[in-house]
Design a protein around this ligand. Structure first.
Ligand code: COA
Length: 278
């Protein structure tokens, strides 16, 4: 263990320092609150996290030592804030590890039958696409769309997707559909021609097995081949598998539309993310 610590690269020891600082539910919560609010005081934090001030100050000290949380103001008026570049550096370090895995010739994620094939969707795939999309709509965790789709409607949708806006299907070796994804027109104005909006939907029974990962890799490859400059998307911040997937593929958060939609009688926020392809 000692030898491992001595042989750490600066990047490894910095990542470890940050992970240790973030590695408690209270500290993670503090970071989330401080990220949400400008000029947060210790008193506000203590109330929101539900901690005694003494315990809160211990956590804040650990976060400040790691450079994650910064303090400003004098005397009793101390305000806490975040240095986003510190969290970005941790995300980049972890993303780099994931990136090396993605460079392997076969997809790292094992599909239900060991492999995932990504191919262009055809009109015959309309029923499978409708089924998978309707699961996503019914779950209410992925989209503000609430109207279920028929195979016929999806067939029309497929026809409307020209070569620059492909729909891809993930299938297992036996040809069963696991998910679909697409490059959609972001905005009809010509100035936006180099921006693609994306959709990614995995069948309920196939989620969490790397299908989304394989599809996003395929979709980005197609977007690059079509010379898109960037990909954008809108997701619910509560959609952890989705947000995690996009972050791992290098999407950065542009911002949050607060109370952007009404689903099941409740306001929902929508987070906008982008990836510049360069
Ligand atoms: C979101 C979705 C596309 C992700 O695809 P997937 O095939 O299920 O995800 P993957 O197996 O490729 O895993 C993606 C990441 O999410 C993580 N993840 C999976 N399930 C999770 C969960 N329940 N909670 C938190 N993270 C989760 C995985 O661990 C993985 O991250 P990692 O590689 O760092 O471990 C898929 O779940 C889905 O289609 N959901 C319904 C529709 C939807 O939400 N679409 C996106 C709209 S923005």
């Amino acid at each position: 263990m000692k030898r491992l610590e001595q042989n750490q690269t600066p990047a490894e020891s910095r990542a470890l320092q940050l992970l240790r600082a973030l590695g408690s539910p209270a500290r993670l919560r503090i970071v989330e609150i401080v990220a949400e609010r400008k000029d947060c005081t210790a008193a506000q934090l203590a109330v929101e996290v539900g901690l005694a001030q003494s315990s809160l100050f211990e956590h804040l000290a650990a976060l400040r030592d790691a450079g994650i949380v910064e303090v400003s103001g004098d005397g009793p008026n101390h305000y806490y804030g975040l240095d986003p570049s510190v969290l970005d550096s941790l995300a980049a370090y972890l993303g780099g590890i994931g990136g090396r895995t993605r460079g392997w010739p076969s997809p790292a994620g094992a599909g239900p039958n060991g492999s995932i094939i990504i191919r262009d969707a055809t009109l015959d795939d309309a029923p499978a696409i409708a089924r998978i999309y309707n699961q996503g709509i019914e779950d209410r965790t992925a989209t503000l769309e609430t109207q279920l789709r028929s195979a016929e409607e999806r067939a029309e949708w497929l026809v409307a997707h020209d070569e620059r806006h492909p729909v891809l299907l993930a299938v297992d070796p036996a040809g069963a559909a696991l998910g679909w994804c697409s490059l959609n027109r972001f905005n009809p104005r010509a100035a936006y021609d180099h921006v693609a909006d994306i959709s990614v939907f995995v069948a309920r029974e196939s989620r969490g097995r790397g299908v989304g990962d394989a599809m996003l890799t395929g979709l980005e490859g197609r977007a690059r081949a079509l010379a898109y400059h960037k990909m954008v998307l809108a997701a619910f911040p509560t959609n952890l598998p989705g947000v995690r997937l996009y972050q791992r593929h290098g999407f950065l958060t542009v911002g949050t539309y607060h109370e952007q939609g009404m689903l099941e009688g409740r306001w929902v926020d929508v987070v906008v993310m982008e990836k510049i392809l360069g």
